[in-house]
Design a protein around this ligand. Structure first.
Ligand code: PGA
Length: 268
């Protein structure tokens, strides 16, 4: 595993990645930059005490905190929660992926259900995924069903969504693609999906990817689980849920809990 010793950061090119991807999603928190800096400093201090553990992690932060947080993070990588997918021009209020990269973003989430719920249309999303992958930035495409019935109808929905979202992507760019399986019914709730519910969806997503781009390209894609991940259930998704990592909302905004999750996942 290559290490960027100068920055103390651990890099995970998809081809050689051996650690699970542990990604925090801060959403719209904490409320000030000062609190965000304290959160990262506390997290890293806690990680530093874990002598033998691998300490790599990712956090998707609010845009306005991107550069100052990227400047102080030692063990992790910082990214954004969404991006426009547009190029330079007259698009008031939006940023390009190139701007995000130049401000310190090592990755971006796209298609999070909370962004989709604000009206992100399918054609915009497929354009976004295509443009972020073209920029060779790690792109975490979030995908998940609204509800799950006993009949497995949701599997067809997941496959269809995946096909649509990736319709404009050149398959040779798949090595920077990560899929986060995030069942909408488990996000921000008290109860997560079970590892076996996760496993069932992951198999369906892997199959859909393979039929879309062939097994060799599909194999390069890491799949994560997200939706009420806690310190108690995190490892079970890696062990029994068939995933390569986790996308973590609320639990990533508590430095102590997030550090515990990072250490337990990276110690497997
Ligand atoms: P949660 O959020 O862990 O708070 O459920 C997950 C997400 O929205 O990515």
């Amino acid at each position: 595993m290559p290490k960027n010793r100068k920055e103390g950061a651990i890099l995970y090119p998809m081809k050689k990645r051996i650690l699970p991807l542990v990604i925090g999603n801060w959403k719209t928190s904490p409320s000030t930059l000062k609190e965000a800096i304290t959160l990262v400093k506390t997290l890293e201090k806690k990680l530093k005490t874990k002598k033998k553990a691998n300490k790599g992690y990712y956090i998707a932060v609010p845009d306005l905190f991107l550069t100052p947080i990227a400047e102080i993070v030692k063990y992790g990588k910082v990214g954004v929660q969404t991006v426009s997918g547009l190029s330079l021009g007259a698009h008031t209020g939006l940023s390009t992926i190139g701007m995000a990269k130049s401000a310190g973003a090592a990755f971006t989430l796209v298609g999070h259900s909370e962004v989709r719920a604000r009206g992100e249309a399918g054609n915009i999303l497929s354009q976004k995924v295509a443009s972020t992958l073209k920029e060779k930035i790690m792109t975490v495409l979030c995908i998940g069903e609204e509800t799950r019935d006993g009949q497995g109808t949701y599997i067809g929905e997941l496959e269809k969504e995946l096909r649509n979202n990736l319709s404009l992507v050149d398959r040779t760019l798949f090595e920077n693609l990560v899929i986060a399986y995030e069942p909408v019914w488990a996000i921000g709730k008290d109860v997560s999906a079970t590892p076996s519910e996760c496993f069932e969806a992951v198999i369906a997503l892997r199959r859909a990817l393979a039929s879309l781009v062939g097994i060799d390209h599909a194999k390069k894609v890491a799949i994560l689980y997200g939706g009420t991940v806690t310190a108690e259930n995190a490892v079970s998704f890696l062990k029994e849920g068939g995933v390569d990592g986790l996308l973590i909302g609320r639990a990533s905004t508590n430095a102590f809990i997030f550090a515990d999750i990072i250490v337990s996942c990276n110690s497997l």
